[in-house]
Design a protein around this ligand. Structure first.
Ligand code: NI
Ligand code: MN
Length: 229
């Protein structure tokens, strides 16, 4: 499984010709390292509806004629906006042609801003994405929660993408515990350094993760890592 980081919480995940993108916040993030027009994928997967995750979803789904995989409310919203979608919900798994997706709980909020209002967009989720033999857990935006232990027990997580920014999600100390609880062999820090409120020292986080025996990959925007079972 090849994983490319495009800043904030966006990962492009590839295996054997299949390509999916998670949380494509690209044109809103000048440092993402890619233009949404250049994204070629078979699916967009969303953890929740906030702008810094939904991002360029509609444009990417439209230009690739590919589905948006999201919770029921958010998937339905995407369909209403004219793109294909596949609705799922927390705890559910689905085998697609080239990969499998399962949604996990995440402790956060999820809504779409429409003018002065916030539209309910379902609950936020984490994503377990299996491509070939390799299993990625993208935690989405979340607090640390005890059932991450259950995620680690029920799934053989090869690589966990964990938010470390603090303020809106768990910070580095809680993410260190999350990495242990999900028993990830590899850890990719996400959701940090995009805005002043979430500035973090990824080198220090890497040191602490590696003291616990996992391998940490703080990726520059546009940088890739290949992880196998
Ligand atoms: Ni959020
Ligand atoms: Mn966020």
């Amino acid at each position: 499984m090849k994983i490319t980081y495009y800043g904030h919480s966006c990962l492009l995940v590839e295996h054997d010709g299949a390509r999916v993108i998670i949380d494509p916040f690209l044109s809103g993030n000048p440092a993402s390292g890619i233009s949404p027009q250049d994204v070629k994928v078979d699916a967009v997967i969303l953890t929740h509806a906030h702008d810094d995750h939904f991002g360029d979803t509609l444009l990417i789904a439209e230009q690739n004629d590919c589905p948006v995989i999201a919770t029921f409310e958010l998937a339905t919203y995407c369909e209403q906006r004219g793109v294909r979608a596949h609705a799922m919900n927390t705890g559910g798994a689905h085998q697609f042609a080239q990969f499998a997706v399962k949604f996990t709980p995440a402790f956060h909020t999820s809504s779409l801003r429409v003018g002065d209002q916030f539209l309910y967009a379902g609950e936020p989720v984490g994503v377990i994405l299996t491509m070939g033999e390799t299993v990625l857990y993208h935690a989405g935006d979340t607090a640390l929660f005890g059932d991450m232990k259950l995620i680690g027990e029920r799934h053989d997580i090869d690589v966990a993408a964990l938010p470390i920014g603090d303020n809106y999600t768990m910070g580095p100390d809680d993410a260190l515990v999350a990495a242990q609880w999900v028993k990830a062999k590899h850890v990719i820090p996400i959701h940090y350094n995009t805005f002043p409120a979430i500035e973090q020292d990824a080198a220090l986080f890497k040191q602490n993760v590696e003291k616990n025996g996992a391998i940490c990959h703080p990726l520059a925007n546009g940088e890739s890592v290949t992880i196998s079972k």
